[in-house]
Ligand binder design. Sequence first.
Ligand code: SF4
Length: 689
Amino acid sequence: ARISRITKAETTCNYCAVGCNFDLYGKDGKVLGVRPSEPDEAPANDFSTCVKGKFGYDFVNSPNRLETPLIKEDGEFREASWDEALDVVYDRISEIQEEHGERSVAVTSSSKATNEENYLNQKFARQVLQTPHVDNCARLCHSSTVAGLQQTVGYGAMTNRINEDIGETDCYLITGSNTTSSHPVLATRIKQNAADGADLIVFDPRKIGVGEHASQYVQTKPGTDIAWLNGMVRHIIDQDLHDEEFIEQRTKNFEELKEKVDSFTPERVEELTGVPPEELKTAAETIATADTCIFGWAMGMTQHAHGTRNVLAITNLALVTGNLGKPRAGLSPFRGQNNVQGGGGDMGPAPHTLPGYQDLSNEDVREKFADEWDGVKPPKDFGLFLPQQYEAILDGDLHGMYIMGENPVLSEPDINEAEKALRELDFLVVQDLFLTETAEYADVVLPAASAAEKSGTFTNTERRIQRVRPAIEPRGDAKSDLDILCALAERFGYDWGYDSASDVMDEISRLVPIYGGVSYDRLEEKPTGLQWPCRDEDDPGTPYLYEEEFNHDDGLARFVPADYAGPVEMPDEEYPLTLSTGRVLYHWHTGTMTRRVEALMHHVPESYVTIHPEMAEKLGVEDDEYVRVESRRGSIVVRAHVEEQSDPGVVFIPMHFAQGAVNELTAHELDPTSHIPEYKVSSVKITPL
Ligand code: SF4
């Protein structure tokens, strides 16, 4: 008889971008459990994980995993062989491209997948299909961070380290981040350091978990961040607390900034944001007089129709106080998914940039790619950004779509429109672990392996490239996204010839200068990973950015003044409440994984709306009863949680559920620079059932 044995893989968590390392144990095709790595091999987490990392792996063992390809016939799925399914994909996409042109097909990549898979996804779009329409879910979470930071400091990434910088700074400004729920292990560093005396300033419309540990918590009106950030900069300059030497030597456009923020007096700021002048001044003075300060944010800052300007405003504050280019300071966008920094950003599955943020219009760069890609140059012009793709379907310009590992039926804003678009498509392929809400709309579903079943790398929020290793074999006939992409490319006549994920990384390192020194051999030697930029094999990587110069030709950072903009939709008589959306500790994004984990569902089994007790009384709503929440886009029924978390006029619904899906309610307004939607502020009304 075959004796099965327990296998162990040293790997990286597949939930959030903190990038905790741990040993994952498996046996007989099932994951058994997780044990954190030794502290010296786990730079982000030492010896801890959060509840999702420790107990959230059960989705891998779910009986609902897809094990064979599925083809839809007469509205019903039937099981199919890989050969049959790939033939249908090839035939239908070829027909569509012949009839409507190469650009009539769009590809979606996934920040949950590895760097190598994301690189190949955009290669499949650009080389094989010759379509410029490739994008990924980073568009929906931190694209405004990337756009803002590229303009000001150069790289669209966190500038510092989790442990040595965030864990050791003298002061924090945390805004728009429910850090204890969304990045729990990173939040532990902040809480410990605050308990040891660091100043922790939290500006947020909701009194979220991290706010409970704050030395100063300030409640703001949703969507008004540019005003209080500009107001802080003005007060710091007014009080002569700005870092003159840093500004003089390392930045440009200071006078322009000074002029722009001049109208943001404490009184005007109070009018716009609800922040009392004394609170604003205290916070600004604490930040300006601290030796070092970390500026941390997440989607509360980015998911606005003015998200990029929010990021410009917080960067101006960091620059004016000289908090860049040195240890224990810096800009810390807390990236969301496990691999959104690497897969969603660095690998270039985006319609406006090639891998490594290289310029699509640069002929030398396109030639370099063509040399590696059998002479095929990537399309030169911009493709459609993710939310624009759904508009293009409804306009009759897009006819086919290939979605790898994403669930737009829950994640797109105004999902009634997104569903309508998916119904209009001539052909949809979805590649995933489960028959997700989006896969239900597909013509062909391809079964993918989970992170526990494949090899690759993830890049965490501190730009650290870390290994992912398989603990078990893929379920049934499921394959890694990498293997599926190679098989698809082959069907279209491209034999990519990779023997392993390591070969793909070698190609990435040849094409992407910031990954130029990354190889699997080096990652084996250095289990703590490599932080980019890592330009050649002798480069040890870059723990914190901008020590010598910023990533612009002249080495200087730019102040880019942020004009004030508030929410697109304001409460009115018909829809008098402001809805905010976000994450909870026990779930992750559209819940495709966590909603299949009993231990997590036990804690938060369904969607809900948080209502302030005063508002609940006014509306006649009792705690725990079901209510209807309506916006101009749609209506959902969810359970009421009556609690004092925000201003009485603000309510909150988590983003993770299919029943009571919050994006039925959110608006489709986009930031003009990054094309991120305004998820964070919508007007709604609530009625008891
Ligand atoms: Fe995973 Fe993030 Fe939790 Fe770490 S903090 S275990 S990376 S979900």
